[in-house]
Write a protein that binds this ligand. Structure first.
Ligand SMILES: [Zn+2]
Length: 442
């Protein structure tokens, strides 16, 4: 694993103990996945044309149906020939997606594979929203890679997702699960070659509940050294294993660690060797939820001008998902969206070349609109930004951002967010989000 980065939900919601990270009303597993993948590819610093496959693990929750893995490939602008492999999502699946990537790259069949795991945590459970992406490619850059090796695996029926009724909040019986997982993880650990685990610098967890982790630690004599690890504080669902991997890569330089991934009756024990100091192809931004998210408005989105299955939307993916603009080959004027600007207003020319708009800029002016058509939120900020190259670009801001939160001159980043859900299908586009200045603005 030669590069990787993370993204977390922008808001927090109260839970029985403390808080959990949550998506904003226009974020979901797809937007988190795309953001994490963009950051990981930026850290990789290679031509993304070398990516031969994308392994996608999306935990949508009940809100959105389908894998939408192709939206991830389209938004990243990967070659049409890149193979997209969606993995059915449970808490251990990301390990399989990573192992499959390692096998393809190790055998030389593929040059590089992007593995993306994203959890929207839209259900009533205690999971947190977050995403992580890694690039699997041959190393050779002085060992600046995370090496992952499966040590043991065990599974057993646990019934933890069995719901007695469709009504109300689902609260699993944690005491029962603590007992069951002590057995499942215990069996996995017992089948690990000895004394492999004793030689490690420590063991940490991804998945499940903290009480369950504590129970396993107590019954197997594992130390308490890693309780600061984010996946031991919050359960990131299907994204947990890759988030844990990047937590180790960025916070435990030169470590030789055990990672126990468990959930849905399965347990996998991995040995994770992290690069020494200077492995800057791995990024990490601490979760920074911006306060409690207002109650979600769950209404059908505004009517679209065309049905969602219209080829119009597929044809406009370059503009809507990747911000592909056009540049006049005669006078250099940049126009957006190119499909609606066929004659150059600068010189009357008709020859254009593709031009990728920058994703960061500053706010020039904005409108706090309180008079929106049916289906929109009560108010929405529409901002005119000046991008890094001087191009002016209009985009809305997320519904949770109010006019008084915005000022002229604010740094912003264009991020893919959900515009609406129409007939169960999400429609994505670019919005201005207060700039994430950590990670060098990745
Ligand atoms: Zn021109």
């Amino acid at each position: 694993v030669v590069a990787g980065d993370v993204t977390f939900g922008s808001f927090s919601l109260p839970r029985r103990r403390g808080e959990r990270l949550a998506c904003g009303s226009d974020e979901d597993a797809v937007t988190l996945a795309i953001d994490a993948a963009e950051r990981a590819l930026a850290g990789w610093r290679r031509d993304r044309g070398e990516i031969d496959a994308v392994h996608v693990v999306l935990g949508h929750g009940p809100e959105i149906i389908g894998t939408l893995a192709h939206a991830v490939r389209e938004a990243l602008g990967l070659r049409p020939g890149v193979r997209v492999v969606p993995f059915a999502a449970d808490p251990v699946t990301a390990v399989s997606a990573l192992q499959a990537a390692c096998a393809f790259v190790g055998s030389g069949e593929l040059r590089a594979v992007l593995v993306v795991a994203s959890e929207a945590a839209a259900g009533a459970d205690e999971r947190s929203a977050g995403a992580a992406a890694v690039v699997v490619a041959p190393g050779g850059d002085g060992g600046a890679a995370v090496v992952v090796e499966e040590v043991a695996r065990f599974s057993e029926l646990t019934h933890e997702r069995l719901r007695p009724s469709a009504e109300g909040e689902f609260l699993p019986d944690v005491r029962f699960l603590q007992h069951r997982y002590a057995a499942v993880v215990g069996s996995a650990l017992a089948s690990a070659p000895q004394p492999a685990l004793g030689e490690l610098d420590g063991v940490f967890f991804a998945g499940g509940w903290r009480q369950v982790q504590a129970g396993i630690r107590a019954s197997h004599g594992l130390d308490q050294a890693f309780t600061d690890v984010v996946t031991e504080q919050s359960d990131f669902g299907v994204a947990g294993p890759i988030v844990a991997l990047l937590d180790a890569a960025t916070h435990r330089a030169g470590g030789d660690l055990g990672l126990v991934v468990f959930g849905d009756g399965q347990a996998v024990v991995l040995r994770v060797r992290t690069p020494g100091v200077g492995g800057d192809s791995f990024g990490w931004s601490e979760p920074r939820p911006s306060g409690r998210r207002p109650g979600a408005v769950r209404t059908q989105g505004p009517a679209l001008p065309l049905p969602v299955e219209s080829p119009f939307f597929a044809r406009s993916w370059g503009e809507t998902l990747r911000l592909v603009a056009a540049k006049c080959t005669t006078c250099g004027q940049v126009v957006f969206p190119p499909s609606q600007r066929t004659i150059c207003s600068g010189c009357g020319g008709r020859e254009w070349s593709e031009y990728a708009l920058p994703r960061t800029g500053t706010i020039l002016t904005f409108v706090d609109n309180h008079f929106l058509p049916a289906g929109f939120p009560e108010s929405m900020v529409l901002a005119l930004g000046e991008l890094e190259d001087g191009v002016h670009y209009w985009a809305p801001m997320p519904p949770e951002i109010a006019g008084e939160d915005v000022a002229i001159g604010d740094r912003v980043a264009l991020k893919l967010r959900r515009f609406t859900i129409r007939d169960g299908i999400p429609v994505y586009g670019m919005k201005y989000v207060p700039a994430p200045l950590e990670n060098g603005g990745r």
